[in-house]
Design a protein around this ligand. Structure first.
Ligand SMILES: [Zn+2]
Length: 266
């Protein structure tokens, strides 16, 4: 049975480490030292690194880990340009690292070439900065609303019992926005209360379950009539399709992110 371990890095990143037998797979090491410390505490060597996208807070630790583990294999999207050569993976491809079987998914939008890794036996999706607990990634590097909307639809098509291993602890700010977007969603209100308690205790709020995201994450709910209406009202437009609704919802959150009110202390 694989075990999935969470290592905090940088300000609010999570590096996920999958272990099974002698195999150790590290996902998105944005920083080397916390991973090196974890490996040393747990007496493990890295077999492989999987990269979801090229932002510094996801790849910044690769060089440092290669110094201590020169034999590790680095996997990433064929389209991703990295300073260090990697084993290229195409989207919708099944591949194995020792006994761990992954399927690569196109999770473009946050960047045009973001890739997710679905660990089949654990119903675990390592989704980088595509979907977060209660929210989703911003559009960067030319990633488009159409790409992100399609990505969210692809994730949403997975089973309710899919665990989402995202790369940041953004849940509290995300749910504050979710409650503004859907003030009458009682499940969102309860999740926000539970998240405040967890964060007051310094506890992590991820991984999350897709079934709960579908009930509380507004970025998976733009087709719910009340939210659809709220988006149109907020933007003062009549949206024609899901991509437009995603784009206006994303812009709405970006505006509030810029004010800082979603990040106020607990
Ligand atoms: Zn990113």
């Amino acid at each position: 049975m694989p075990q999935i371990n969470r290592v905090a890095a940088l300000d609010d990143n999570y590096v996920w480490i999958i272990t099974q037998g002698k195999t150790t797979v590290v996902i998105d090491p944005g920083e080397a030292q916390p991973v090196i410390d974890w490996l040393s505490t747990n007496k493990r060597n890295i077999s492989a690194i999987l990269i979801t996208h090229g932002h510094h807070d996801h790849v910044g630790g690769i060089a440092g880990l290669l110094k201590t583990h020169p034999d590790l294999k680095l996997y990433a999207n064929r389209r991703l340009v990295l300073a260090i050569p990697h084993i290229p993976i195409d989207v919708n491809t099944r591949f194995a690292i020792d006994g761990l079987s992954f399927v690569s998914l196109d999770l473009s939008g946050h960047t045009p070439d973001q890739m997710g890794y679905y660990l089949e036996t654990e119903n675990a999706l390592f989704c980088g900065d595509a979907l977060f607990a209660g929210g989703c990634g911003r559009l960067f590097n030319g990633g488009t609303a159409a790409q992100m909307s399609a990505t969210l639809t692809r994730i949403s098509a997975l089973p309710d019992q899919t665990y989402l291993y995202c790369a940041h602890e953004y849940t509290l700010a995300n749910l504050r926005f979710a409650q503004i977007a859907e003030p009458n969603n009682v499940k969102t209100a309860q999740r926000l209360i539970d998240t405040i308690t967890l964060r007051q205790q310094g506890a992590a709020t991820v991984p999350s379950l897709l079934g709960i995201e579908r009930e509380t994450n507004p970025f998976l709910r733009t087709e719910i009539a009340t939210l659809h209406h709220a988006i149109d009202q907020q933007a003062n437009v009549v949206t024609q399709n899901m991509v437009e609704r995603f784009a206006y919802l994303r812009a709405w959150k970006d505006q509030l992110d810029a004010t800082g009110i979603l990040d106020e202390a607990i």
